[in-house]
Design a protein around this ligand. Structure first.
Ligand code: ATP
Ligand code: MG
Ligand code: MG
Length: 531
């Protein structure tokens, strides 16, 4: 029962919900407060938000805090920040722990009605019995005995700690998730909200349907590896006489050359291989935003996949290509020349005293305004461009005009050491093959660092059993110094620009007195075609 194709009023993405009424849809994004969000979480959050908005309903951010051993309050703040970074509203926040009292009452109810039992079978035996479909020795205990044992669990007595509460669904159903799943277990770690009030905690299988129902969730979005669990979810609600909730499942996403797992990403942080959770090589929300991913492109990308049910191993190129479409029309154009083997050029016919003119930041988007371009007879070129020059050739200096190459001096290694040009402004730029980026070189230039990255790991698809340690790319960060036009001194952290003929860059760290500005290269997915 899933709505794969929605009606036309659900917009261009053609995904809709079944049993959805305008104004009444309630969805929820339920992260565990145990780390930072990655792009997989972003898919879940954006889909939930999309349906809440499409049906003019609401989105609940629910911190799923039922495992005190893994969770911390500080992660709630970082997750809210992560949500803000992808444009997801987190004004409605709840916690699974808000419902501990009600869930305890429901646990008593389910025991009293003979639909759950307290089992002291050890873990290994329980696993084995579930696999083989053998009923537990505790399965037919009396209600009284179950209540007595549950009280021991609640008080975490020595015996109580050896027990767990199990739903009495079936010992041997072909669907393994229905084989008397555990619904409460002991944990003595204090909880970050409820402290030591509880020594027993509901499992996800019990808590999720109950809280969904109590909170008024109409559509529970879950990744489809839970599909086997759907009958169990429905069983809980029916058995407890709680309001029905519709499940809508979607596929997990994975990306090539990375890992979408908090635990595995933590390893890179702990080893010092990355600077932190916001490292631009990380698939975290923080990482991709820092590398120049826009909210707009991320949203489009997620919704484009819509209701696809295949667990996808995705290439990064398409996402970055979409991002390029978003930033290209609005990224101001600037110029940078690489400092390494920079080539100094004398320009005959150019003003000896530098002249400054206002030029457009973006020729096709005049709304971006103007920048200051300096024209003088002392300019610089990239070594790579200079190497191609031939004496007598007519070339174009971008945003200036044509010039003839009069002299090219080289050293023994074949590197260009200096060039002489002669301006020929009446020349036709349509007739030249080479359009060169150049920079007037004086006190006014900005010294910058251009930073680019390779993938963190060398294997496209990491498999179970792979040792990540052996897959780490030896060097995956590259920094090259450059000089840029002085206008970049006015940019703010997070601004995205284009260095002409080099690519898009995001200002990561503005210059300080002792350090140049850091610009991170925004991947442009050039290798991919969209669609
Ligand atoms: P991790 O293994 O990285 O800790 P998780 O699934 O345990 O991820 P949760 O905080 O429980 O993390 O996830 C919150 C929501 O995000 C869940 O609804 C989950 O289905 C969804 N989600 C997590 N990873 C992905 C993914 N790769 N693709 C799509 N949705 C995902
Ligand atoms: Mg989880
Ligand atoms: Mg997980």
């Amino acid at each position: 029962t899933k709505g794969s194709k929605g009606s036309s009023d659900q917009g261009k993405f053609e995904i809709g919900l079944t049993e959805a009424e305008m104004g009444k849809v309630v969805t929820r994004f339920p992260p565990e407060p145990s780390g930072y969000l990655h792009i997989g979480h972003a898919k879940a959050a954006l889909l939930n938000q999309y349906f809440a908005q499409t049906y003019k309903g609401k989105l609940i951010i629910r911190f799923d805090d039922t495992n005190p051993s893994k969770e911390k309050t500080e992660y709630e703040e970082s997750i809210k920040e992560d949500l803000a970074l992808i444009g997801v509203d987190s004004s409605i926040v709840t916690h699974t722990s808000d419902y501990f009292d009600q869930m305890y009452d429901l646990a008593l109810k389910i025991i009293k009605e003979g639909n759950a039992y307290v089992d002291n079978t050890d873990q290994a035996t329980m696993r084995d019995e579930r696999m083989k479909g053998i009923p537990s020795k505790s399965r037919d205990l009396s209600v009284e005995e179950n209540l007595r044992r549950f009280e021991e669990m609640k008080n975490a007595t020595e015996f109580g700690q050896t027990c767990c509460l199990r739903a009495k669904i079936s010992p041997d159903d072909p669907n393994g998730t229905l084989r008397d799943p555990v619904i409460y277990r002991c944990n003595l770690t204090p909880h970050h909200y409820t402290g030591d009030k509880w020594k027993i905690y509901p499992t996800y299988d019990f808590a999720c349907p109950i809280v969904d129902s109590l909170e008024g969730v109409t559509h529970a979005l879950r990744t489809n590896e839970y599909r086997d669990r759907n009958p169990q979810y429905d069983w809980m609600l029916k058995t407890l006489s709680l309001r029905h909730v519709t499940i809508w499942d979607f596929s997990r996403i994975n990306f090539v050359y990375t890992l979408l797992s908090k635990r595995k990403l933590q390893w890179f942080v702990d080893q010092g291989i990355v600077g932190g959770w916001d490292d631009p090589r990380f698939p975290t929300v923080r990482g991709i935003r820092r590398r120049g991913m826009t909210i707009e492109a991320l949203k489009q990308y997620i919704l484009m996949q819509g209701a696809s049910q295949n667990t996808l191993l995705l290439e990064w190129d398409k996402l970055w290509a979409l991002n390029r479409k978003v930033i290209d029309p609005i990224a101001p154009r600037h110029t940078a020349v690489l400092s390494d083997k920079i080539v100094h050029v004398n320009v005959q016919g150019a003003p000896a005293t530098p002249e400054v003119k206002e030029t457009l930041k973006h020729k096709k988007n005049t709304e971006l305004g103007t920048k200051k371009t300096t024209y003088s007879n002392k300019i610089v070129l990239d070594q790579e461009d200079a190497k191609t020059l031939e004496v007598g050739e007519e070339i174009t200096l971008m945003d200036w005009g044509n010039a003839f190459v009069r002299n090219v001096a080289k050293n023994e290694a074949g590197e260009v050491t200096s060039v002489d040009l002669e301006l020929y402004l009446e020349g036709d730029f349509k007739k030249t093959k080479k359009k060169l980026s150049w920079l007037s070189y004086g006190d006014e230039v900005a010294h910058v660092l251009l930073v680019d990255y390779d993938f963190l790991i060398t294997k496209k698809k990491v498999e179970e059993g792979d040792s990540v340690e052996q897959l780490v790319t030896p060097v995956s960060e590259f920094k090259v110094p450059a000089v840029a036009d002085a206008n970049v001194k006015d940019l703010k952290k997070g601004d995205i620009i284009q260095f002409e003929r080099k690519g898009f860059y995001i200002l990561d760290e503005p210059a300080t007195e002792s350090a140049p500005a850091h610009f991170i290269c925004v991947p442009d997915g050039k290798a991919a075609s969209i669609g």
